[in-house]
Design a protein around this ligand. Structure first.
Ligand SMILES: *Cc1c(COP(=O)(O)O)cnc(C)c1O
Length: 390
């Protein structure tokens, strides 16, 4: 491949753009992970992560992708044959369900049309009917990255409380953490699942769990086999700033930097920035005369937008044209959405001009690929960004 001038736009919804400051932090020499300098680093990033997840309770960091953190959440709290309530919000929810089945759990998987989130009314209904408390956990993907739909966790929590049901609440925040409002303690989430390569602006390689005291009680009784993912040796070693095995030291340098950046900007400002870019993107999609994958206005994702293609158009052909001509990667349609939509990531280290460049690439790509659409999406997005300048 010959040199392509200018920067590659990586507008998939994770991994996201890794900022210079983080790249430089990653480039430091690796240190002894059993020495005092490491212990200081580990305590600092664990404390910082608690502020991001909004919890007073413990947080653990695995050298893993997000999938590992999913597994940790299940095997640390549940026993073989336990029943879990999940919603088929899209591809990621389906993968988490498949994992639960593979681990020997029983899953009540509520179907959707992959255009909306988990319905709090169904949570209430299922739990209210479950008088014997056979449902041990409700597991929800907060931001379904395959569709661009954000489930309403606070409302789901309220439904669980209204049903007066003791099930654990497990939440995948992999593509929402540090981008969309999320409150582990306030929403009484029992296990939060996160990872490094989305809102935290890091390369892939860190899996995260935050756990409530109720989750820790469940952990003491949970019988699913676990070793690498076991919270107990991790929590014990973390007390002194250490890990039970070799941690991803350089990624932790990066995490320290990304937490500092998020806190310099202010988490609430970070959330507002993502919300504003998401609205501008939706205005562009509307102006093009296209539809978002999300069909519920209450559940639009602030970190990515799924764009449905008109009937007969192959979304992956459009992505290919855009990659080849404009050096920009967009997210493919996953699972049963393959070919019918693409995804624009607008999360992480991102600003107004990066968004406008992204949308310009999409608009020109729609033209080059011959997709029936109207021009003017970039203008609509720019108007909104201009009107909402602070
Ligand atoms: C990216 C993603 C995952 C998978 O994480 P990996 O790091 O690829 O294992 C799971 N859930 C959601 C919502 C995601 O966006």
């Amino acid at each position: 491949m010959s040199y392509r001038s200018g920067r590659h736009f990586v507008q998939i919804p994770g991994p996201t753009n890794v900022p210079e400051r983080v790249l430089r932090a990653l480039a430091r020499p690796t240190i002894d992970h059993r020495g005092p300098e490491f212990a200081h680093l580990a305590k600092e990033v664990l404390a910082g992560l608690k502020r991001i997840v909004k919890t007073e309770g413990p947080v653990v960091i695995y050298p893993s992708s997000g999938t590992g953190a999913w597994e940790a959440a299940l095997v640390n709290t549940l026993s073989p044959g336990d029943k879990v309530l999940m919603f088929e919000t899209g591809h990621f929810a389906t993968l988490w369900r498949n994992m639960a089945l593979a681990l020997g759990l029983e899953v009540d998987f509520v179907p959707t049309d992959w255009r909306r989130g988990a319905d709090p009314a169904i949570v209430w209904d299922k739990l209210s009917r479950d008088k014997e408390h056979s449902i041990k956990a409700v597991a929800i993907v907060h931001n379904e990255t395959s569709t661009g739909v954000t489930s309403r966790i606070a409302e789901i929590r309220r439904a669980m409380d209204d049903a007066d049901h003791p099930a654990l609440l497990l939440v995948d925040t992999i593509s929402s953490l540090a981008s969309i409002d999320y409150r582990h303690d306030e929403w009484k989430v029992d296990v939060t699942v996160g990872c490094s390569q989305k809102g935290l602006m890091l390369p892939p390689g860190l899996g995260i769990n935050a756990m409530s005291s109720k989750a820790l009680e469940a952990n003491a009784k949970a019988k699913l086999p676990r070793s690498f993912w076991d919270w107990r040796p991790m929590l014990e070693a973390n007390e002194a700033g250490f890990f039970p095995y070799t941690p991803a030291t350089n990624l932790l340098y990066g995490l320290k930097e990304s937490i500092a950046m998020l806190e310099e900007e202010g988490l609430e400002n970070v959330f507002a920035r993502h919300a504003r870019h998401a609205e501008a993107t939706r205005r562009a999609v509307g102006a093009w005369g296209l539809e978002t994958q999300c069909a519920n206005p209450l559940e639009h994702s602030n970190t990515l937008t799924g764009v449905r293609m008109p009937h007969g158009v192959d979304a992956d052909k459009v992505r290919k044209v855009i990659l080849e001509r404009f050096n920009m990667s967009l997210g493919t349609g996953l699972g049963k959405l393959k070919g019918s939509m693409f995804r624009i990531g607008h999360l992480g280290d991102f600003n107004d001009l990066m968004l406008l460049g992204t949308l310009a690439g999409v608009e020109m790509g729609l033209g080059l690929a011959g997709v029936p659409h109207k021009r003017g999406g970039v203008d609509a997005a720019m108007d909104y960004l201009y009107e909402t300048l602070r």
